[in-house]
Ligand binder design. Structure first.
Ligand code: GLC
Length: 473
């Protein structure tokens, strides 16, 4: 008889239900890729659970029986729904603290703490109501970290079966806010931990502390969180338990992100028909109101407007290249100051730079398929997905040597890499790219090398599988 490993996969967001950032991409694909790893000897029954945020889009929801969890002197109703996507059961958890604020991540730390504490408590109760028990709890980032802490304290109290804890680390600096009051209200005591004192009440550190295995979303980032520069004050704590830390590179959804079939493109192409790609470039130039000319280098910036992404460096770099012949398109939303700076660039260079301040998935795909290069000068980048999508579409990434960017872009083979968090370092890399571009043969080699790389989830899912196996022996 084949063995089964049951995994409850918790996340704040998951595509296609709701997506704000890269976490949504990962949670949208990894759980089902993991299920697809099942074979004759081992069945992986991974089930996803996310909050039923007001903005969630879901079909064919089946309401489950309402259950209650105690909070202080009252009881809060948990209204859960079940649906199935790609053969995978998905649970959407609702309740007053989730309804109370509309967005996935709000500006109100207290409300977010309350919401995600409630979600974590409710999600850990859920298995008792579906006649299914997990062998592994797999949480992601601070929002669902408390589920691991709750699981560990349960493990101690009840002497129940060992349920393993896995935490994927997508973004270390976001640790959540003081959760002691919320935890206390749900009757969960703070344990004596060896965390630094300031971290003992924060969701992410508590999750790290409770984990049997911590997985950074790239090997590079796994190494970085052990350093003072990237460890956010927890590098010593992480170093002490470094044997539980590993790095598994994210994949991308290569079925959806495939220039050969992508419906957002006017002209589809693959490795063998790469010359067709330039039609997409010309159509993009036309759509943006830029001069239609395949020989003018077109630089893409597709990014959350956030200092993490070093997007300010991109702006300063482009601004300094007054006398250089290029075009650029900037797509994204975020920090209002950075949005203003992007608009200002378009005003300064109306014939050269176009700024589109929105989240537009189709336009993003057209940029991957039409721009010659993509800038990613991130200050830190746990993994980064855009550079992998760009390579799959023959758009050459120009990235800073950090985290997952360093792991995925090979200088001189698939892209351009620079070291310093300074716009001149970026300008240097852009200029190298501009110098290489007229050499068609060299440029096409870069494009083809990137397009030939396997960025699918297959390899990473196998690594997660091995990790689960090692934990539930
Ligand atoms: C976060 C990180 C990004 C990573 C994504 C998915 O958004 O900043 O680097 O690719 O999570 O893991």
């Amino acid at each position: 008889m084949s063995k089964t490993i049951n995994v409850l996969f918790l996340a704040a967001e998951a595509d296609p239900f709701i997506k704000v950032g890269g976490l949504g991409d990962v949670s949208g694909v990894l759980p089902r890729e993991l299920r697809a790893c099942s074979n004759d000897d081992l069945k992986l029954d991974v089930r996803l659970v996310i909050p039923y945020h007001p903005a969630v889009k879901a079909e064919n929801l089946r309401p489950m029986e309402v259950f209650f969890i105690r909070r202080g002197d009252t009881e809060i109703a948990v209204e859960a729904f079940e649906t199935v996507i790609h053969g995978m059961p998905v649970y959407l958890v609702n309740g007053d603290p989730i309804r109370a604020n509309g967005s996935v991540y709000s500006m109100d730390a207290k409300q977010d703490t309350e919401k995600y504490t409630f979600f974590s408590v409710a999600a850990m109760e859920l298995p008792n109501h579906i006649n299914w028990q997990p062998d592994v709890i797999h949480a992601n980032d601070w929002h669902t970290s408390l589920s691991l802490y709750i699981n560990l304290t349960k493990r101690w109290e009840s002497g129940l079966k060992h349920v393993a804890n896995v935490l994927s680390l997508h973004n270390m600096p976001f640790m959540g806010a003081d959760a002691s009051a919320s935890l206390d209200a749900y009757g969960i005591k703070l344990a004596q931990t060896d965390l630094p004192e300031w971290a003992r009440v924060l969701p992410l550190p508590l999750g790290l502390w409770a984990s049997d295995a911590v997985v950074a979303v790239s090997p590079g980032y796994a190494g970085e969180v052990l350093t003072e520069e990237f460890g956010c004050g927890l590098h010593e704590f992480m170093s002490q338990r470094s044997e539980t830390l590993s790095g598994i590179l994210n994949g991308i959804d290569t079925t959806s992100f495939d220039p050969a079939v992508d419906k957002a493109l006017s002209v589809n192409y693959n490795l063998d028909t790469l010359e067709r790609r330039s039609e997409n470039k010309e159509l993009l130039q036309e759509k943006l109101g830029l001069q239609r000319d395949p020989n003018i280098p077109l630089i893409g910036v597709i990014s959350r407007m956030d200092v993490q992404k070093g997007i300010d460096l991109s702006f300063t770099a482009l601004k300094s290249m007054k006398r250089v012949n290029f075009q650029a398109v900037i797509l994204g939303t975020g920090d209002p100051k950075l949005e203003d700076a992007a608009t200002e660039l378009q005003i300064l260079f109306p014939d050269k730079i176009k700024t589109i301040l929105k989240f537009d998935a189709n336009l993003a795909r057209q940029i991957y398929a039409g721009a010659d290069m993509l800038l990613m000068p991130s200050r830190y980048e746990p993994c980064g997905l855009a550079q992998m999508i760009a390579m799959r579409y023959g758009c050459i990434p120009i990235v800073r040597a950090v985290g997952g960017l360093k792991d995925t872009v090979i200088p001189g083979e698939t892209g351009f890499v620079f070291e310093k968090t300074h716009h001149m370092s970026l300008v240097g890399a852009i200029k190298s790219a501009l110098k290489t571009m007229p050499d068609r043969e060299k440029w096409q080699a870069l494009q083809k090398n990137g397009m030939a790389k396997d960025f699918s989830w297959k390899v990473s899912a196998q690594e997660y599988l091995k990790l689960y196996q090692s934990l539930v022996k």
